[in-house]
Design a protein around this ligand. Structure first.
Ligand code: HGY
Ligand code: MN
Ligand code: MN
Length: 416
């Protein structure tokens, strides 16, 4: 199969305009986005994406997890489609590009192929996976996880947010629950364009990350129980301070991650304190420990050390502790052929590139279980993400999307 010509480029301005247009949906309070999954803002963003896809001649599909599929026909009706996409949901203080660049980069591929009347043997399907972020409904990458057969759909539909609202009920409420059986679609390959969300590419002055692997992730929900009591009149020795217990466990998390430096990381981003009143010793805290490493044995060791250490800390303080595995995935090795399609596309287009291990989790990490998968990454300013100040340049977006275009076309096979 001949590779696409070096002059084949998509419309970077149109891609940038689409990013800026989508960024107006579910705005944050500091220039980024708060378009959390299954909110009205998410529904609005879905509607906008659907309108754009339909006006680009795509037929739309929707499955029972709300995953969206925009299909551009190929010349061979029976050929499995090449899928390209990511997620439109954001963190509560998210950026304009995390996930969105991958979905709208896929749409720009469709628009460019239409402009140039290019036909491909395999159909191309642009995809928006529901609830990649896992903020409102844990775990992250929930809908791509159901698609890949990792999670049962019934279990996923019963996940509740902090208000006790079920995933399945919200999906119905916003009107984005589809008929398709989740995971029934078969893929020839899947490609995901994503910002790096880390500092390596920008620091190295490299435009393209050829993602060969993804580090593994472990989320452990920790519940520490003590006793609510008065912050003024309770003598120190009598206190059973769950908040202090959490603080000591979080110190332990830091030590555990640093004991496996430089590649392992650990922190807690979600913390609920009860009753969270200024003059009450916290009787209960619930928090999620996020451990990551490219090595599975390191992840397992960190989980073991957390379990042992948290119990030791809490026993000494007269507190009880419960740990619940909230989700996670083993380190990922992407498909060598798809990775090579990304690497040769970057070379053909003359972009600087380097192999990269993804620090963040992505839908591609689960789809890699059911289809040959690879990722393209572009730099982001100061490596900052999951922050409203997340920023990329138009050139980085275009470079990443052009590499995505070429990798998709090489796999979908241009028909002369
Ligand atoms: O958690 C992650 O790595 C992804 O951003 N959801
Ligand atoms: Mn993402
Ligand atoms: Mn994210």
């Amino acid at each position: 199969m001949s590779a696409p010509g070096v002059n084949l480029k998509l419309n970077g301005d149109r891609l940038w305009d689409a990013l800026m247009e989508m960024a107006k949906v579910g705005p944050g309070i500091a220039g980024g986005n708060n378009r959390q999954t299954l909110t009205d803002a998410d529904a609005q963003g879905r509607e906008l994406f659907k309108t754009w896809c339909q006006s680009s001649g795509c037929s739309m599909g929707l499955d029972q997890m709300g995953n969206m599929f925009a299909r551009r026909e190929g010349t061979d009706k029976n050929a499995l489609p090449v899928y390209v996409g990511s997620h439109l949901d954001t963190q509560p203080t998210g950026g304009k590009y995390d996930g969105v660049l991958g979905v709208l980069g896929g749409l720009e591929i469709i628009r460019t192929l239409n402009d140039l009347s290019i036909k491909t043997k395999h159909p191309i399907v642009v995809t928006n996976f529901t609830n990649e972020e896992g903020t409102r409904y844990a775990p992250s990458m929930l809908a791509s996880g159901v698609f890949a057969g990792i999670y049962k759909q019934d279990w996923a539909h019963k996940r509740v947010d902090s208000e006790g609202i079920k995933f399945g009920d919200e999906l119905e409420r916003i009107g984005w629950s589809g008929d398709e059986v989740t995971g029934e679609r078969k893929m020839h390959a899947f490609f995901e364009l994503h910002i790096e969300q880390g500092p390596i590419l920008e620091t190295e002055g490299v435009d393209i990350g050829v993602v060969t692997h993804g580090q593994g992730l472990s989320w452990t929900q920790v519940t520490i129980t003590g006793r609510d009591s008065h912050t003024g009149s309770t003598p120190m020795p009598m206190r059973r301070n769950a908040g202090l217990g959490m603080a000591r466990v979080l110190e332990l998390v830091e030590e555990i991650a640093l004991s496996h430096s430089p590649h392992a990381v650990g922190a807690a981003g979600h913390i609920d304190v009860y009753p969270n009143s200024r003059n009450v010793i916290p009787g209960k805290v619930i928090f999620t420990v996020d451990f990551r490493s490219p090595k599975l044995d390191v992840i397992l060791d960190m989980e073991k050390k957390l379990k042992e250490g948290a119990k030791e800390i809490c026993d000494k303080m007269g507190l009880t502790v419960e740990l619940e595995q909230l989700g996670g995935f083993d380190p990922v090795t992407f498909d060598p052929k798809c990775v090579e399609a990304v690497r040769s596309a970057a070379e053909r287009l003359g972009h600087s590139h380097m192999d990269l291990i993804s620090g963040a989790g992505h839908d591609a990490c689960w789809i890699n279980k059911v289809a040959p998968t690879a990722m393209v990454m572009c730099p982001c300013v100061d490596g900052l993400s999951h922050n409203e100040a997340e920023e990329i340049t138009k050139d980085w977006a275009a470079a990443g999307a052009n590499v995505l275009l070429h990798a998709v076309l090489e796999t979908a096979e241009i028909v002369d």
